[in-house]
Design a protein around this ligand. Sequence first.
Ligand code: HAM
Length: 422
Amino acid sequence: MSHSKYQRPRGMQDLLPADQRLWSYITETYVRICRDAGIDRISTPILESTELFTRAVGEQTEVVTKEMYSLIDKSNNSLTLKPESTAGMVRAYIQNGMASLPKPVELYYIEPHFRYERPQAGRYRQHHQLGLEIFGDAGATSDVHTISLGSRVLASLGIEHIVAINSIGTADDRSKYVAVLQRYFEKYSKDLPANNLAQLSTNPLRILDSKDSKIIEMIVDAPHILDYLSKDSSLRFQLILEMLEGCGISYELNSRLVRGLDYYNDTVFEYVSTGNQARDSLGGGGRYDSLVSQLGGVDTPAVGFGLGLERLKMELEANGFWPAENGVDVFVVAIGKDATNYAEVICELLLDASIKTSANFTKKSLSDQLAIAAKKNARYAVVIGNREAKLNEVIVKDMSSGNQHTEKQDTLVKNLHNILKA
Ligand code: HAM
């Protein structure tokens, strides 16, 4: 690595060509799965009003209190680089009148997000999510369909995983549970760090998210939210677990799972890797039935997930997975100046005919150019010397057998199409 005066921002990554191979493989798999399920793509701006996130994600969440990249623009508006996409998706759903579309409205996205977190393996200040939001279906099948789609994406990428799932009930259920939790933590009030102590009065559910081993110990005997669910939420959750089983999706009930964002109700879930060392979750999501109305839209139930693209890439790397080389059909080789100029014409001709073609005219010798052709997995080399250039013809060489023949420019495309099809 060479030293440069300018460094990329801490916790952010350059995606070099080698990274792009895996990156495209993952995003293309995601796009294919969403399209096959009849889901449409959406993109929203990278900046949204700061207030959108404060209201949607929650004033007391780590994301809002510590991690937002906010700025004041020249018109004195407070804007924030989106730390997550659900809030912006709901804003777009309302603003673009999507409430009048036939339900459910199913949208997928691949978007960058920014969180000022402490950088570490799998935790970046710019990360990307493969996300999905389904608006307008309150049924338990919608939760199962969402969970299953995320699982399908991971399975298609060969990532072994389990779905950790919980229900956090309705707002009423949570306020009953929160009161019990506050009483439980009272005995630890002297041992709780200042930030958790503050959370105890504002939002004690966040204490359950803690990664601090001391806090994790305190939580062991804490009451479980599942014991405080209303009958409807409890039955709904049972039904979802049964349906997951019926669909063959392996899950693990985790009654401590509450998620770090405030908009959820009932179902919450995370995808956890079982193939490689335990890490942070590969993705997460849940139901958020109040968010659309809370942000000013008509009451609309919704559910969704976000899969961490960087984390999926790390999983594929840990699995030693490498997508097949993006080979070409033809590599054009030129020996001599006139030949090179003519070879460029041939390259364009072949690309016009949708024949995958590449060349490297910075290399002068035949052997160097043929070596690159082999590296690019070219099936044929089209070899041109000054003589061929003068006669408007080329030599077509089969890269595996070494057999070669001369071909006129006029018939080249047609004959290449024929032999490539064979
Ligand atoms: P989240 O759990 O905050 O959910 O993020 C989803 C996933 O994004 C995480 O499980 C993780 O894989 C990845 N991720 C989050 N932060 C980072 C980071 N700093 N570096 C690398 N990867 C990260 C949401 O954001 C929700 N909006 C998901 C959702 C959609 N819920 C409903 N719909």
